[in-house]
Design a protein around this ligand. Sequence first.
Ligand SMILES: C[S@@+](CC[C@H](N)C(=O)[O-])C[C@H]1O[C@@H](n2cnc3c(N)ncnc32)[C@H](O)[C@@H]1O
Length: 426
Amino acid sequence: MYRELEQKFKVIYPESENATYSSLLNYSDDLNRPRQRWYRYKEGFSLELVRKLINEYNKNNKGTIMDPFLGSGSTIIAANQLGLNGIGFEVNPFSYFLSKCKLQNYSTEIALEFKNASQEVLNVEYERDYKLPALSISKNVFNPDVENYLMNVKENILEGKYSDEVKNLLILGWISSIEPLSNYRKGGNGLKKRKYVKPRIITVNDARSELHTFYTNIFDDIATNDITFKAQIFNDSCMNARDYVEDGSVSGIIFSPPYANCFDYTEIYKLELWFGGFVNSYEDLKKLRKKSLRSHLNGELNLENVDTTKLSESTQELLNSLATKKLWDKRIPAMLQLYYLDMFKVIDQSYAVLEDNGFCAIVVGNSSYGGVVFPTDLILAEYAQKIGFKVDKIEVDRYIITSSQQYESTKEYGKYLRESVVCLIK
Ligand SMILES: C[S@@+](CC[C@H](N)C(=O)[O-])C[C@H]1O[C@@H](n2cnc3c(N)ncnc32)[C@H](O)[C@@H]1O
């Protein structure tokens, strides 16, 4: 079945000499670049990948590039570098805020105001009362001295008489230092308690110096910027894209959706969401989870009254084969069906807003459950073709067998467990 599906498309493997994007899905090289270093967004694109896609598919140097899953805004930064406009959607209010700060033009006056303000807020002279967020682990996030210092800095920022732009940049730098100064780190699908080989105590001096580094980077980047930012971004689900974007008005779409791997971005970014004040109660969190793509088990997973006829026979077959497997959560089959239906809706919307001959590039990873590989790249390509897209190519960037156990269980089909770029033309 996999082979049959794959034969319908031009698939380029990483070892092929025609491979264009090889290892570009790895963003880490970009983490020290201007603006990209304002927050280390692990799931972000490399700017080079986006530029390559635009140069390959956007035939003239004009137009608008859309990213329905904006994350940290890399697609629009790269599009703006090339002189194109950007439109984006992001459901997570922290990621949206990050993109908003990064995709703005700052005047020299603002840069100077920021420089002075950033020195001012770090000097905490007295202790204010502060309230920790209502997140269950709040009290364990920082060592007591560091907590006291950071929360006082935050009060200084919020109460300071600064312009909104400066305040936002101060808050962004503050949020960016949370994880490096905390007792947690991002790992797997959430946060893990940090373990040090040698005991390491994070001090107030560390906190001051971390904040100082972020603020210096931000100042340097806004003071020496050479890009004109042209971005229109929305803090809403991309499922509503057509409420904001005219049909036929976009020249290219580039995105990487959450993969069907149970990662919940609201869980991974929970420190930023709660300490940044974007989420104030578990009720807020629940609402946010229900609005995001159903790639995880915290979404709305009710299949009642859902029309599943859009799922192809081969996808149904894969889902049926799950029935006999031992899964670690019984909601996985429902999640997968709803994930694909959500993605099909994103593809429908993309088709509608694209101009004729416009392109759409989807960077996506496949997943496996109970030893059954779900070839999301092929499933999305098959659907896109059905609604009228031409599938130009599927370029495999890398294989993603992550554990020896997974290797054993997916031995025969391991080649389909991979991350790819699906390139479509309207
Ligand atoms: C893989 S990340 C994108 C990273 C991005 N390419 C970058 O360079 O930073 C996927 C993003 O999709 C967002 N997301 C999930 N569901 C969404 C929805 N329904 N609408 C818009 N964004 C959504 C997540 O919050 C996450 O930031």
